[in-house]
Design a protein around this ligand. Structure first.
Ligand code: COA
Length: 173
C-alpha cells in the first residue's frame, strides 16, 4: 500500500522552541552523546530557553517540515554566530559579519528516507545565499554526512582540543 505523503516547509517561530529543542535532544541522543534521561531533561530545558531567546532576536533561523494538522515531521536551523574580521571565501576582500552554523537537522524516524532533510537543508542554503553570507558551516553526524556531501558541503581543517584530555594547559586570559 502506498502511503500519501504531503508536507510543507515553514519558518520556525518562538512558539516552536520546544519542538526544536526536542529534535536537538533526540539528535544528540541518537548520536550517542547524551548518557541518560536526567541529562536529556536538563539539555531539553536549557535548549528550549536558549532557542526561545535566539528565535526572538533572529540569531536562530529555523525551518520546519509540517504535515497535515501542523504535525512537525522534521526540522533544521541556522545559528548565526559572531566572528572576528577575516578574508572572505573568495580571498579578495575583508569580511566582518557573523557566520551561519547549520544545526538541529532532525527527521522524525517514521518520515526518514523521503527527502525531507534534503529539502530543509536546501531551504537554509538558499536563505544563507539570499542573506549575502559567503559560507555556512556545520558539524556532521555519521548519519548526516552523506546528505551534506551530496549537497556540496566540503570537509574543512577544523581541529578540536579539550583541557581535560591534556596535562599541559596554557595560561588562560
Ligand atoms: C540524517 C537525517 C536528518 C536524514 O533525514 P532524512 O529526512 O531521512 O534525509 P533525506 O531523506 O532527505 O535523505 C538525504 C540523504 O541522506 C542520506 N540518507 C538518508 N537516509 C539514509 C540512510 N538510512 N542510510 C544512509 N544514508 C541515508 C542519503 O544520502 C540521502 O540522499 P538520497 O535520498 O539521495 O539517497 C536523519 O536520519 C536524522 O534525523 N538522523 C538523526 C539526527 C542526525 O544525525 N542529524 C544530522 C545531524 S548533523
Amino acid at each position: 500500500m502506498t502511503v500519501q505523503f504531503h508536507y510543507a516547509i515553514r519558518p520556525a517561530t518562538v512558539r516552536d522552541a520546544p519542538v526544536i529543542a526536542r529534535h536537538r535532544v533526540a539528535m544528540f541522543t541518537e548520536m550517542g552523546h547524551v548518557p541518560g534521561d536526567e541529562l536529556a531533561s536538563q539539555l531539553l530545558a536549557a535548549s528550549t530557553s536558549a532557542l526561545e531567546s535566539r528565535l526572538q532576536d533572529c540569531t536562530y533561523v529555523g525551518r520546519l517540515a509540517v504535515g497535515p494538522g501542523e504535525q512537525v515531521l522534521a526540522g533544521a536551523g541556522v545559528h548565526v554566530r559572531p566572528q572576528l574580521p577575516r578574508m572572505s571565501s573568495t580571498g579578495k576582500s575583508i569580511t566582518t559579519g557573523p557566520v551561519p552554523l547549520l544545526v538541529n537537522v532532525y527527521t522524525e524516524p517514521q518520515w526518514r528516507g523521503r527527502g525531507v532533510a534534503r529539502a530543509l537543508v536546501r531551504a537554509l542554503m538558499r536563505w544563507t545565499a539570499d542573506q549575502g553570507f559567503d559560507h555556512m558551516v556545520l558539524h556532521a553526524s555519521d548519519a548526516g554526512r552523506p546528505l551534506y556531501v551530496s549537497l556540496g558541503f566540503a570537509a574543512t581543517n577544523e581541529m578540536r582540543w579539550s583541557p581535560w584530555l591534556s596535562s599541559s594547559v596554557e595560561q588562560p586570559c
